[in-house]
Design a protein around this ligand. Structure first.
Ligand SMILES: Nc1nc2c(c(=O)[nH]1)N[C@H]1C(S)=C(S)[C@@H](COP(=O)(O)O)O[C@H]1N2
Ligand SMILES: [Mo]
Length: 318
């Protein structure tokens, strides 16, 4: 791939172990960077206490992102979900998705590529090195979580199918099973769920296909068996239960953009300065915290992604 597709990767050495996290916080405290409430949270890191039915593993331990923020509990991450194929009720996605069958599963990668290929989920798990990425997820509704995903870079699969020079965008499509997914009978949404990225965004090292979280296979409610994660964009760009990846020339249509183009743009980069027409995006509620916290430009990933938008008006191109 050529240079414009490179960015600073999150090395596994940057996935902060607890001991380093504590000393990093001592440093930040000395530098006067930490507020009192942040310190309180740091003194009592939460550990996921609930083991879901069928889990044999002990409760997952809290992990920390590169800013020193603790991961949300497994319980929070798997019981507060947006997944409109099931329901618009975030607390009801988990029970309603219990019987969803994510195996067998294939992902078709096609379009403007030299080597189109259909992968079985087992091929994707064995062929590509699965690594952990602890990312902030910022929903456009102004709540957020920290989630320890496992998965692999989208670029690794795109490099294998070899996009042609005509390919400018990537279009993603979710599972379509209207007889099984109650939300897909709703006439208010153009099913199947679709999303899109510009090719350079898709090739960015932060962009992953996630196959699990907290070291377990992806729970149904989080998009089993494989979903996109684009951490500097609002959560709806991170499409779940991906079945198709198509390389295309024109900017693809997306579900949320076609439902409300003034509310949900194609880019949808997290931007505290561009309010949603119905609410501010300047702050957010981190699930598990009491006080709101300021929203960070590009959700805190500006160093790795801002270069892709150099010279672009990010208010116009929301
Ligand atoms: N197919 C599909 N993907 C989807 C959604 C959806 O309704 N259907 N919701 C999106 C939204 S709005 C958010 S915030 C995230 C939530 O991911 P999580 O439930 O794993 O936290 O998934 C995104 N991906
Ligand atoms: Mo969202």
């Amino acid at each position: 791939m050529n240079d414009k597709f490179r960015s600073v990767p999150v090395k596994s050495s940057e996935i902060t172990p607890y001991s380093q996290y504590i000393s990093r916080r001592e440093f930040l405290k000395a530098a006067g960077i930490l507020s009192g409430s942040a310190l309180l949270a740091a003194c009592a890191p939460k550990v996921a206490a609930t083991v879901m039915p069928g889990d044999e593993a002990p409760p997952a331990e809290v992990k920390f992102d590169e800013l020193g923020d603790p991961s949300n509990t497994f319980e929070d991450i798997t019981n507060y979900n947006n997944y409109y194929e099931f329901t618009t009720n975030k607390e009801a996605v988990a029970p309603l998705s219990e019987d969803f069958n994510a195996n067998p599963w294939t992902v078709e990668v096609y379009g403007l590529v030299r080597q189109p290929k259909t992968y079985g989920i087992e091929d994707l798990l064995s062929k590509f090195t699965q690594e952990e990425r602890i990312y902030r997820l910022r929903c456009v509704e102004a709540w957020s979580m920290v989630i320890p995903w496992s998965g692999f870079t989208l670029s690794s699969i795109l490099n294998e199918v070899a996009p042609t020079s005509k390919a400018k965008y990537v279009r993603f499509e979710s599972v379509y099973r209207p007889e099984e997914l109650p939300g897909q009978s709703s006439p208010f949404y153009p099913w199947p769920y679709q999303e899109g990225l510009r090719l350079d965004e898709a090739m960015n090292d932060l962009t992953i296909l996630a196959t699990g979280l907290y070291g377990k296979p992806m729970p149904n409610q989080n998009g089993a068996p494989i979903r996109l994660v684009v951490p500097w964009k609002y959560g709806f760009k991170s499409i779940k239960a991906v079945t198709k990846i198509e390389l295309v020339e024109e900017q693809p249509s997306t579900l949320w953009n076609s439902v409300g183009s003034t509310e949900y743009g194609f880019y949808s980069n997290v931007n505290p300065e561009r309010p949603h027409p119905r609410w501010s995006q300047a702050s957010e509620r981190r699930i598990g915290e009491l006080k709101r916290r300021p929203t960070l430009m590009f959700n805190g990933y500006a160093d790795q992604v801002a270069g892709m938008y150099a010279g672009m008006d990010l208010i116009e191109n929301y």
